[in-house]
Ligand binder design. Structure first.
Ligand code: PGA
Length: 254
């Protein structure tokens, strides 16, 4: 049985008071559903406080990014050990906004993935194609390249401790969502790419879909056989909407 996960990526939104309130509401409303793992990823500065709020609850904590280096003179960066220290279990790596706005290369993302694993964090590796890449029929080529870069640095066996999120860049924050069929096609491709190296690992790795997931479209996406949950941006900032997305995860698939 694969784990099913719904993770909320808050990005750079909200205040300390709003973060606290949002977490209170999520904790109060999350009932574990059909066994789904619920994760929130607040901005770095709120992690410590949110971690305290989450203690003893079923909701888990993730960060939005991590430094590839273990420690040292890297002004402004936050290490995997620091994230663990404040109670994070997960960290996003290679989000398309990091790739596009901050120039993170496939190689840099691969190093962050390895750094997270080395400190016992579960990396949520984000992959996805641009609209122009999809329109020119290059979706699988791009996603294959992004995956291979990580597997060139970390052995395929490490994916047993990781999660992958497919987020078509054209669907992030745009209101456009991949159709359930489009999501399933790419998820099956990702699983196949990993299976070419290790079929057992491929069958077990959770694959999340992200890109304008809402309460209204979550169930049809999560119903697809290779979609094991979602990575939620905008809709994760509203407790009711986020909880409805968590509740849309179906009873466990084989
Ligand atoms: P969105 O963002 O749900 O607002 O499209 C998803 C993401 O960037 O993780």
């Amino acid at each position: 049985m694969r784990r099913q996960i719904v993770a909320g990526n808050w990005k750079m939104h909200g205040s300390r008071a709003e973060a606290t309130q949002l977490v209170d509401s999520i904790v109060a409303g999350f009932n574990g559903g059909s066994g789904v793992d619920c994760v929130v990823c607040p901005p770095f500065v709120y992690l410590h406080e949110v971690s305290r709020q989450l203690r003893g609850t079923a909701v888990q904590l993730g960060a939005q990014d991590v430094c590839a280096e273990a420690q040292g003179a890297f002004t402004g960066e936050v290490s995997a050990a620091m994230l663990r220290d404040v109670g994070c279990q997960y960290v996003l790596v290679g989000h398309s906004e990091r790739r596009a706005l901050y120039g993170e290369s496939d190689a840099a993302v691969a190093r962050k993935f390895a750094a997270a694993l080395a400190r016992g964090l579960t990396p949520i590796l984000c992959v996805g194609e641009l609209l122009a890449e999809r329109e020119s029929g290059r979706t699988f080529e791009i996603i294959g390249r992004q995956l291979d870069a990580v597997m060139a640095v970390s052995d395929v066996s490490t994916l047993a401790r990781a999660v992958i999120a497919y987020e078509p860049v054209w669907a992030i924050g745009t209101g456009l969502t991949a159709s359930p069929e489009q999501a399933q096609d790419v998820h099956a491709f990702v699983r196949g790419r990993i299976a070419a190296r290790d079929a057992t690992i491929a069958a077990a790795v959770p694959l999340l879909y992200g890109g304008s997931v809402k309460a209204g479209n979550a169930a049809e996406l999560f119903a697809k056989p290779d979609v094991d949950g979602g990575l939620i941006g905008g809709a994760s900032l509203k407790a009711e909407e986020f909880l409805a997305i968590c509740a849309a995860v179906p009873a466990r698939k084989s």
